[in-house]
Design a protein around this ligand. Structure first.
Ligand code: SAH
Ligand code: SF4
Length: 396
């Protein structure tokens, strides 16, 4: 079966808007609102316009700097105002359904969001940093043939609040909120965020952008844009916008050096091919004022891992400041692919390295709890592809 041609059509966006008229008793969730959205919402709830900016600053600090979830604790606000906030707003996060901790310390959270859908978030502790891998969609519209998430149809986009909520939840679980009066602790447990969980972030652009604005805000979680990496399968028209409106680091799921192979692995390549993708990537460092682009390259035995592939890759990316992240394929039930041997991966890395590019091999983390790259997939399903379909699409 050929992949669904509609798979590359952008899905309708769940643009975050504050409902003008909420059903009786429903409250607006503060988590994920941008400063401007929060200002508007506070005004609508009766905050005098002149005070609104100051109130945004106060509430913001409580929620994102101190991790407070209860308006009653916002002690620099008048009691009446706290009561008003509690009546009109909530500070709501996704619910943790399960938390698994791998032998290597990786934590995988299964979260439940509105509608009963489920997504996964993974925390990866390393010696000098801790990376939180967050999801942007429930499932994915795309059908990359080596990706477990790609076997799960898109259920819906996450809201900005659900994206920010993943960061807040991880900080809760790791006990990472500052304690009033305690000396400032500069070590950060969640020091980096990668949009490499479930979903294609650039098909949920507005919510991802707004969420990252909240995460980057200097008076709250305050992660610099250089500590955030967005990974895309290659949604070419959104790449320049990512540079201009988010400005974070970019990773691209490259995975092949010919259109013929990339069409099979990353079917969105049929819409925007390697040359079009490279043209957009060439512009990214200048537009975002950032350094290198990360090329992700999954090592699939006998599919994309020859010396010739390595040499072709080097030729293709010439002129783009880049690092090539080689990802040993992580197997999942029913996949037709196998991981390349370590010798093959090392030989491939060596060719790239000799051409002057950093070529780290990504250590699989949390494999024992199915938390490694491309293994995420929740039980929320609209339809599941059969093993036969997966195999046919992979040309295996
Ligand atoms: N949708 C985005 C981000 C999520 S995937 C994207 O495709 O870029 C994060 C990375 O894991 C991508 O590079 C993806 O291609 C890779 N990946 C997917 N399945 C994998 C698997 N089974 N083994 C190793 N890497 C995988
Ligand atoms: Fe979606 Fe990324 Fe998986 Fe492709 S690799 S199916 S874009 S999550």
């Amino acid at each position: 079966m050929t992949p669904d041609p509609n798979a590359s059509v952008p899905i309708t966006q769940d643009v975050l808007t504050i409902p003008r008229k909420l059903p009786d008793g429903a409250r607006v969730n503060i988590v994920g609102l941008t400063r401007e959205e929060l200002r508007q919402a506070l005004i609508e709830a009766g905050t005098p316009e002149k005070q609104a900016k100051m109130r945004v600053g106060q509430v913001w600090q409580w929620v994102y700097h101190w991790g407070v979830r209860d308006f009653a604790q916002m002690t620099n606000l008048a009691k009446d105002y706290r009561a008003l906030l509690a009546e009109r707003f909530e500070i709501a996060l996704p619910e943790i359904v399960t938390r698994q901790i791998s032998a290597d310390g990786t934590r995988k959270y299964l979260l439940r969001i509105n509608g009963g859908h489920e997504v996964e978030t993974v925390y990866i502790p390393e010696e000098s940093r801790g990376t939180l891998c967050i999801s942007s969609q429930v499932g994915c519209t795309l059908t990359c043939s080596f990706c477990h998430t790609g076997t799960q149809k898109l259920v819906r986009n996450l809201t900005a609040g659900e994206i920010v909520g993943q960061v807040l939840l991880a900080r809760d679980d790791l006990g990472e909120w500052p304690k009033p009066g305690a000396p400032k602790d500069e070590t950060r447990l969640v020091s980096n965020v990668v949009l490499m969980g479930m979903g294609e972030p650039l098909y949920n652009f507005d919510n991802v952008r707004n969420a990252m604005k909240v995460v980057m805000d200097g008076e709250g979680i305050s992660l610099s844009r250089r500590r955030i990496t967005l990974s895309t399968s290659g949604i070419v028209p959104e790449i320049a916008r990512t540079a201009q409106e988010i400005g974070c680091l970019l990773a691209v799921s490259f995975h092949a050096t010919t259109d013929e192979v990339r069409d099979r692995l990353v079917p969105i390549n049929r819409k925007w091919n390697i040359q079009e993708l490279l043209a957009a990537l060439r512009e990214y460092p200048r537009l975002s004022n950032s350094e290198r682009i990360t090329f992700e390259y999954v090592m699939l035995d006998g599919v994309n891992d020859s010396d010739e592939d390595a040499r072709r890759l080097v030729r293709l990316i010439r002129g783009i400041p880049a690092k090539i992240n080689l990802i040993p394929f992580n197997e999942w039930p029913g996949t037709p692919y196998r991981r390349s041997s370590w010798e093959r991966i090392e030989a491939f890395a060596d060719i790239i390295h000799k051409a002057g590019y950093a070529s780290p091999i990504r250590t699989p983390r949390g494999e024992d709890i199915m938390a490694a790259c491309g293994q995420l997939k929740s039980a929320t399903e609209r339809g599941r592809k059969s093993k036969a379909q997966i195999a046919a699409e992979a040309g295996a």
